[in-house]
Design a binder for this molecule. Sequence first.
Ligand code: SAH
Length: 194
Amino acid sequence: MIKGFLEVAKDAVGSSLEDGDIAIDGTVGNGFDTVFLAQAVGSTGFVYGFDVQEMAIASAAKRLQKNGLNNVTLCHCGHEQVVGKIPEKFHGKVKAAMFNLGFLPRSDKNIITQAQTTVPALQGAYDVLCPGGVLSVAVYTGHEGGVEEGDAVQQWMEALDWNECRCASYTFTNKPKGREVLYLVEKLRKPRKA
Ligand code: SAH
């Protein structure tokens, strides 16, 4: 069976997470992935979530509460601030980061992730990952600016050092319009010798 985007992302991220880990949700939206991450790191772990939309933060907070989860810090700010918002003691200790780009369905479709903030956010999340840490990025190109953002993400990924990490992409090859790509980055436990 061919898996959907979010399933592949969750497999990669979920299989790397253990109790007590630190994780990032770069695009909280309605909080479904935030709940997934918060459950995967257990009550001794922490999740940092980011969204620029007040409504998204409120909706995610409600969902977390409903699930009895209190190990999440929701940051109502852009994900490009990720490095500054994560306590220094966790820099280099983050096990996983998830980004689901684009706009939030059934909400303000003018609030869209943008290449110029997405790329610094991905770099920041990558920088705070621990060896063995995983980053997932779901890219949608069907909306205005989506193609440019997708190209910027692809370029950023291609420039990552093969000796330090490996990147993979997953896409539905025959999708007629609006290319969608899921990128996965894994920081190597042991960097290869250059
Ligand atoms: N397109 C996806 C959902 C994306 S949700 C899907 O179909 O599943 C993207 C979220 O990113 C939205 O909730 C939006 O508010 C948020 N967002 C936009 N710009 C952001 C930024 N700079 N930092 C953090 N979140 C941002």
